[in-house]
Design a protein around this ligand. Structure first.
Ligand SMILES: NC(=O)c1ccc[n+]([C@@H]2O[C@H](COP(=O)([O-])OP(=O)(O)OC[C@H]3O[C@@H](n4cnc5c(N)ncnc54)[C@H](O)[C@@H]3O)[C@@H](O)[C@H]2O)c1
Length: 447
């Protein structure tokens, strides 16, 4: 039995993905399910020092008055997923983990998400600094209470509308003083959470298209605090198909003329995406992949419609019109029918295991080797699923063959956002070294 204990802090803990991650981890640790659909249990990861499923303790943020128990029941009633015997057996874990969930914030999350939040604490107007400090206190309590060796922060909260960046987001020197001010929106909640996680030197994953850590000042912070991070927007269904099929059209030298994709689903994610502002974030990440793979821009159309009766069952119809030999036009059509949260949760578990590993290996900055999991991979232009997967395989080989170089835990060190001094690193001193598919920060010996 392993003695390690790792914390998974989920933002949006009681949502569809959050609940399925919790149930999945509980079922895995109890040996009630096999490892189907978990990439990190493939043979390429044999011998890689990943955390066991039984090592995880869950906590997180939520803005609705609910619980894992209620969320599981809703899923069973509305979407007819989750074997009741598995759900019942796992309920003690879910109840215990639910106790670790705290109220998050929806300040600057946009009107649709604000309407969703029925926890009064979620609406309290505070400075960004106060929100940072709250998260740091909550995470410190979580770590101490459960004697955790490591914590990973995972954003599985509702998709926020796009957020305009300005001069103030360029560097930490500009961002830090602005954190004290209330009033004009400085950061959406996803970036407040990302900033607090990175400030604590914790690995951070953005499973959503929201802004999160995609801010130059936060990239700077991650390197200062030796924190690995990754995202954005998990590639679970229709977009996964696009990045698998588009390389085929490219390799056969067929010319894609148009690619139309219609998506319908009825879960809470769909409800939030029904707001055109929130939908804009999602369409952007779904629409860019084909042209990036084939190198030209076919006519594309992506629609996402909220159809309540479908609940968590998503259907996508794709129609691909292409030109073959002698100018003959042909078409391919496919239908994808998947249960959204069931597709998403194993990916969330995989990327969290990999993020914890990356930190133990002394890596900081964007985890480029996770590209195959994202619609919009940070720090990587490559969208071809097979090329992305090669990056992951190469990383797994390196992780098996090159021993880890642990870095000092940043949580115990001075706070960069408080005591930031230009040109100085608080935690030490990292030098970026190019690794296959990743940037590894190697600790430099201090005198
Ligand atoms: N296949 C998938 O399910 C999939 C794939 C890719 C990306 N995603 C993204 O993952 C996210 C979660 O999807 P879901 O289906 O679980 O949605 P969901 O609506 O069921 O869950 C989101 C949860 O986040 C909570 N929340 C919203 N704002 C919050 C905040 N500021 N702080 C804390 N909690 C907050 C909500 O109350 C809700 O419980 C969405 O952004 C979605 O676009 C999902």
């Amino acid at each position: 039995m392993s003695e390690r204990r790792v914390g998974l802090w989920m933002i949006g803990a009681f949502g569809g993905v959050g609940t399925t991650v919790a149930l999945g981890l509980a079922a895995l640790r109890r040996g009630l399910i096999d490892n189907t659909s978990l990439t990190t249990t493939l043979p390429i990861f044999d011998g890689v020092d990943l955390d066991g499923f039984g090592d995880f303790v869950l906590g997180g943020y939520e803005v609705r008055k609910t619980s894992y128990r209620r969320s599981v029941q809703e899923f069973q009633q509305r979407s007819n997923v989750f074997d009741p015997a598995i759900a019942d057996a796992c309920m003690p874990d879910l109840d215990a983990w639910g106790e670790n969930v705290r109220p998050g914030t929806v300040v600057n999350a946009g009107a649709t998400i604000e309407r969703l939040a029925d926890l009064p604490e979620a609406h309290r107007v505070e400075t960004p600094r106060a929100a940072f400090e709250k998260m740091k206190t909550d995470l410190a309590e979580f770590r101490e209470k459960h004697r955790l060796d490591q914590i990973v922060v995972l954003n599985v909260a509702s998709t926020e509308p796009p957020f305009e960046l300005g001069e103030v987001h360029e560097t930490l020197d500009q961002l830090v003083p602005a954190l004290e001010k209330s009033g004009a929106p400085l950061l959406p909640p996803s970036s407040i959470y990302a900033g607090a996680a990175l400030e604590l030197g914790l690995p951070y994953i953005n499973f959503t298209p929201s802004l999160g850590a995609s801010i130059p000042a936060l990239a700077e912070l991650a390197l200062k605090r030796n924190a690995p991070y990754g995202g954005k927007d998990a590639k679970t269904g229709e977009t996964l198909m696009k990045t698998v099929l588009a390389p085929m059209f490219a390799m056969r030298n067929w010319k894609i003329l148009s690619w139309v994709g219609h998506n319908i689903f009825g879960n809470r994610d769909g409800l939030v995406l029904d707001d055109p502002a929130n939908k804009a974030s999602k369409i952007k990440t779904k629409d860019q992949v084909v042209s990036s793979i084939v190198g030209y821009k076919p006519q594309t159309h992506v629609s996402i419609e909220y159809i309540e009766s479908l609940d968590d069952w998503k259907t996508a119809w794709d129609h691909i019109h292409f030109k073959g030999f002698l100018n003959t036009k042909m078409m391919m059509q496919f239908t994808w029918q998947g249960c959204d949260s069931i597709l998403a949760a194993p990916i969330a578990i995989d990327v969290c295991r990999l993020a914890l590993l990356a930190q133990r290996r002394g890596e900081a900055g964007v985890m480029k080797h996770l590209a195959c999991f994202w619609k919009n991979p940070m720090g990587v232009e490559e969208h071809d699923f097979f090329k992305q997967f090669l990056m992951l395989e190469q990383y797994a080989r390196t992780a098996r063959e090159v021993p880890a170089t642990p870095l000092p835990a940043a949580e115990h060190q001075d706070c960069t956002l408080h005591h930031h001094t230009h040109g100085e690193t608080t935690s030490g001193t990292t030098a970026a070294v190019e690794m296959p598919g990743n940037v590894r920060a190697v600790p430099v010996a201090k005198d």
